[in-house]
Design a protein around this ligand. Structure first.
Ligand code: AMP
Ligand code: MG
Length: 495
């Protein structure tokens, strides 16, 4: 090991062994004065990294890109994508660099990627950098998603670079290290499909099957089996987002991972008052990626994946189109089944009865009409089982007459099941979080860090979000929606 090398683990670099056209080998561009802001020691341990003996300075050197770890083969990956419905044949990692993959303690291969680590051959007009705000936002929200039980890329480190980046004015720059099951996206397939490079599509398909869907290898048509498996995972993932009020904000095809993890936390935010039209992103003028449109968009993105896979699904084009269309159509019933399972759990229902979907929808209609906080509604509803007066729930919904009737229907439905009320409340509180990353809290934490260099609010919020289902005395400020004066209506992309 030379003086400049630093060992953090054993890299496997399987993506770097793919053909040349898949990526550009590229090193991070050094930064002036890296300072470690956050490091996820639990995740480092899960990954089996040997970072325990490293100082904060050394960690800052590695996770800013200033020192490339021993055995890594850094690269920027090529991909294309539909951005807001428009196809861009070349996007690629313009400000991200895949350092390499490590095998975690469970034996799974995980990508370690730096984001904001300098320009790459895919940067187009971008500076290859990230501002501190979006880095801390991704750190908070991706970790929150994980503890909420939603598959997500993880946050390993956040490092201040000591350099400024020009966004709306100059902002402190930072590098985010994220860990993903892989960074292969729908847009990775589209990249080769746009070039009619069938050999590369096949190679990428084999790679994805080996890494994420080994059961598809022996199917009659591995490409169709892969498509079906990806559809199933995305349907489940989208349903999970809907259960917690998550609005991704930029569901472009380059931001949909084949692994089924939530990826690319740009202008994402959590809905407060229930409303399917909820949009936060400043660039989503027409509400393409509104909360309620997410399932439809997921299906649209999967249709783009299906198109890219067509020639591999069946040599007969007509047959391939039929098979692929059927698989994409199946997204709807699969999604609806996951949604209903999720809603039953949120309502504390164990059995499946015919009217459950109508019961759930009637509640949502009531919440929308009364502009009730989606997250709090289910916590207050759980209390109904302990306190027959249902006072907290009724207060929350403003004693709405229709919801009072709905509550009677709900009680009647619950009465058809066995189980004791206290236990039902507990079970409901295990799936309905009390703490979510509320946008005004997230923004306050980011502003303190950006404007005053104060990481206190970020750390407090991160700590609160680490246990989203257990209410802790003294943290009431984190349980409720923003007051009108605190409300944040718009979020901005990291770009
Ligand atoms: P995103 O909005 O983060 O999904 O990024 C969309 C595309 O723009 C990707 O190809 C990114 O790599 C690229 N990109 C975003 N921000 C920058 C930047 N600051 N510098 C270079 N490329 C960028
Ligand atoms: Mg992206």
């Amino acid at each position: 090991m030379t003086q400049h090398e630093i060992a953090i683990g054993r890299f496997e670099n399987s993506f770097a062994k793919l053909p040349d056209g898949f990526f550009a080998r590229h090193h991070p561009t050094p930064v002036s004065e890296p300072v470690l802001l956050a490091f996820n020691t639990e995740l480092a341990d899960e990954l089996g990294l040997e970072t325990q003996a490293l100082s904060r300075e050394e960690l800052a050197q590695v996770f800013s890109g200033n020192r490339v770890p021993t055995g890594a083969d850094p690269l920027a990956a090529a991909y294309a994508g539909h951005q807001f419905g428009n196809f861009v044949p070349q996007l690629g990692d313009g400000r991200a660099i895949l350092i390499g993959e490590v095998r975690d303690r469970a034996g799974r291969l995980r990508d370690i990627q730096l984001k904001g680590s300098g320009p790459t051959p895919f940067s187009r007009r971008g500076d290859g950098r990230s501002a501190l705000g979006p880095v801390l936002r991704e750190y908070l929200i991706s970790e929150a998603m994980h503890v909420l039980g939603v598959p997500s890329t993880r946050a390993l480190a956040a490092v201040l670079t000591g350099d400024r980046v020009l966004r709306e004015g100059y902002k402190p720059g930072a590098v985010m290290t994220r860990v993903a099951a892989s960074h292969i996206r729908v847009g990775s397939f589209q990249y080769f499909a746009a070039r009619d490079d069938q050999a590369s599509i096949k190679r990428l398909m084999e790679y994805v099957i080996e890494r994420h869907y080994p059961e598809a290898e022996h199917a009659e048509s591995p490409a169709l089996a892969l498509l079906q498996a990806v559809i199933e995972r995305q349907a489940k993932l989208t349903a999970q987002w809907m259960m917690i009020g998550f609005v991704h904000g930029v569901m472009n095809t380059d931001n949909m991972a084949l692994s089924g993890e939530t990826i690319d936390f740009g202008p994402c935010a959590f809905m407060e008052a229930y409303d399917p039209d909820t949009v936060f992103s400043s660039i989503d003028q027409f509400g393409r990626y509104a909360y309620g449109r997410q399932p439809g968009i997921a299906q649209w993105n999967l249709a783009r994946l299906a198109e890219a896979l067509l020639p591999l699904i069946d040599p007969d084009e007509k047959q391939a189109v039929e098979l692929a269309s059927a698989a994409v159509s199946d997204f709807a019933p699969i999604y609806h089944a996951f949604w209903l399972d999720g809603m039953r759990a949120k309502l504390g229902l164990v059995e499946a009865h015919d009217n459950d979907r109508a019961l759930a929808n009637a509640l949502l209609d009531g919440l929308q009409r009364t502009a009730t906080d989606f997250t709090l509604a289910f916590r207050r509803l759980a209390e109904v089982h302990r306190d027959p007066s249902a006072s907290p729930f009724l207060t929350l919904v403003g004693h709405d007459a229709v919801l009072i009737d709905w509550l009677a229907d709900y009680r009647a439905r619950v009465a058809q099941e066995a189980g004791n009320p206290e236990a039902r409340m507990k079970v409901m509180n295990k799936v309905n979080p009390i703490y979510i990353p509320r946008n005004h809290q997230v923004e306050a934490a980011l502003s303190a860090a950006i404007e005053e260099g104060d990481l206190g609010p970020f750390k407090t919020l991160h700590g609160v979000l680490a246990h989203p289902f257990e209410e802790i005395a003294g943290f009431e400020a984190y349980t409720g929606p923003a007051a009108p004066s605190e409300r944040v209506y718009q979020t901005f992309c990291g770009t």
